[in-house]
Design a protein around this ligand. Structure first.
Ligand SMILES: Cc1cc2nc3c(=O)[nH]c(=O)nc-3n(C[C@H](O)[C@H](O)[C@H](O)COP(=O)(O)OP(=O)(O)OC[C@H]3O[C@@H](n4cnc5c(N)ncnc54)[C@H](O)[C@@H]3O)c2cc1C
Length: 453
């Protein structure tokens, strides 16, 4: 018997663990989803990312039920739950999960591994989230040091993908044999508290109401309707020219392999697949560079301050494209990539705020929040990290707005109070803008030159 716990893999097709289980276990298994107190705080559950997680969790429960299988839901510390299950089920010989490399996940999995080994069972973390098997890729690349820069990484990654890509698996949960009932002592000890059960029920209602469109349907629609123009339209943020798949990929509602295979061979696929390679690049950094998640401790950020943070976060800077973008984020949890870069550069450079404040704000508000990709984006935008925007190349929010949405319609949509402005004037900072864009840019270059010296 085995124990499998879902984490960032909230789907029932193409899981590396399912392929492993079908090959190695004729016996039944317990399939589990743990609502971890650390990840289900009230603040998180009411944020866009938490709501998105619960909607995907509710969909997963429904998918198991449709397939005639059982997913058990428990609330508590993952290591305590695992230890209790291993105690209640002497027949479990293996604990299977998909590997995760964020600081929290590493610590959690260390405890899980200890609990599993302590009980004399086998601990098996399998690679699933990245498109390439990054451990294998690292060996294939024969590097003495892990890659720090995207371009050479991408070159080698493309070769690896051509030669060693392991396609999506065919096993679904329907092919497995899940255990239907759970030991009553464990079920009672780790039952969902009423507030969490209620939040999950709301997630189920959102899913039933179509708030979370079905991941596979979204993927096929993107490939059919928008992929061919992706290269030209990805920065046209008013028109939503990108796939919008990040929230599904990050919750694991679709696998990166399913996304890649659907796009492969279509016109425009290369540009889009390059973005999937950026995703792998940041996952690779999280795996191989121990400083990726502690970069802020390596540089002296004392010349920076939180003085303007509130104005930025609450869309009160007086720079229209920044305030429009921050309004979209607050109201919807969405923010196109170009505007993530523009607002992040504005916060860290023109407003001289530490990147960690913006990173935390995105954590609470992005519905596709992902710890690793968010950190990668903030390190890039603030010119810190290994492969980052040069500190002297600071995006000007006004020219970015004029270039990527000349009509200013995006600003009109999110800041209706500016709707009367002409197409020419709408991009310009308002008289009460909290900084002068040019002067603050010049100051930022001086400050970052010192920080990075
Ligand atoms: C400051 C900042 C913060 C960010 N925070 C997050 C985050 O929390 N979660 C998140 O998923 N992405 C984050 N990104 C990366 C990127 O903005 C989003 O992945 C993208 O906007 C998602 O939209 P999409 O699914 O339509 O992407 P598409 O353009 O359709 O791209 C397809 C997929 O490729 C990957 N991808 C695309 N762009 C990037 C990128 N620049 N870096 C890494 N992977 C990429 C994503 O998985 C994405 O879903 C951040 C970028 C910046 C600059």
């Amino acid at each position: 018997m085995y124990l499998f716990t879902h984490r960032k893999d909230l789907r029932i097709t193409d899981l590396r663990a399912f392929d492993y289980i079908i090959r190695n276990h004729k016996d039944p298994g317990l399939h589990l989803l743990i609502l971890d107190p650390a990840l289900t705080t009230k603040e998180r559950l009411t944020a866009h990312s938490g709501r998105s997680f619960l909607t995907h969790a509710a969909q997963l429960i429904a998918q198991y039920a449709d397939a005639g299988q059982t997913l058990h839901l428990l609330y508590g510390q993952p290591a305590d739950i695992t230890a209790a299950l291993l105690g209640a089920y002497p027949a479990i010989d293996e604990v299977i999960v998909h590997a995760d490399y964020t600081p929290y996940a590493r610590q959690r999995d260390e405890q899980l591994q200890q609990a599993t080994r302590h009980a004399g069972r086998k601990w098996l973390p399998l690679a699933d989230a990245p498109l390439a098997d990054l451990e294998e890729f690292h060996t294939f690349a024969r590097r003495s040091e892990p890659y720090k820069v995207f371009t050479p990484f991408h070159r080698m990654w493309s070769t690896y993908m051509q030669q060693h890509y392991a396609p999506a698996g065919r096993t679904t949960v329907r092919d497995l044999h899940t255990v239907g009932s759970l030991d009553s002592g464990v079920a009672a000890r780790f039952a969902l508290p009423p507030a969490i059960a209620a939040a999950l029920a709301e997630g189920a209602e959102r899913a039933a109401a179509g708030a979370a469109p079905e991941a596979q349907g979204e993927l096929s629609r993107f490939v059919r309707e928008r992929l061919s123009a992706y290269g030209e339209r990805r920065d046209d943020y008013a028109a939503a020219g990108t796939s919008g798949l990040a929230r599904f990929l990050n919750a694991g509602a679709i696998s990166a392999r399913e996304a890649y295979e659907s796009a492969q061979g279509s016109y425009g696929a290369d540009t889009w697949i390059r973005q999937l390679a950026w995703r792998d690049f940041y996952l690779y950094q999280a795996m191989f560079h121990e400083n990726f998640f502690r970069y802020e401790h390596l540089v002296d950020q004392s010349p920076l301050s939180d003085r303007h943070f509130e104005a930025w976060a609450t869309a009160q800077t007086g720079v229209p494209i920044i305030d429009a973008a921050m309004t979209q984020l607050l109201q919807t949890g969405e923010l196109p990539n170009r505007l993530r870069m523009v607002t992040a550069m504005f916060l860290t450079k023109n407003l001289l705020c530490p990147f960690t404040l913006g990173e935390q704000h995105f954590r609470l508000h992005l519905s596709d929040y992902d710890n690793t990709l968010n950190r990668g984006g903030w390190l890039w935008s603030s010119s810190l990290g290994y492969d980052a925007a040069p500190y002297f190349r600071i995006m000007n929010p006004v020219t970015q707005s004029q270039t990527h949405n000349p009509s200013g319609d995006y600003i009109r949509r999110w800041l209706p109070e500016l709707a009367h402005q002409s197409d020419r004037d709408i991009h310009l900072p308002e008289p009460h803008a909290i900084v002068d864009v040019k002067a603050s840019r010049a100051r930022a270059i001086e400050v970052y030159k010192t920080i990075l010296a």
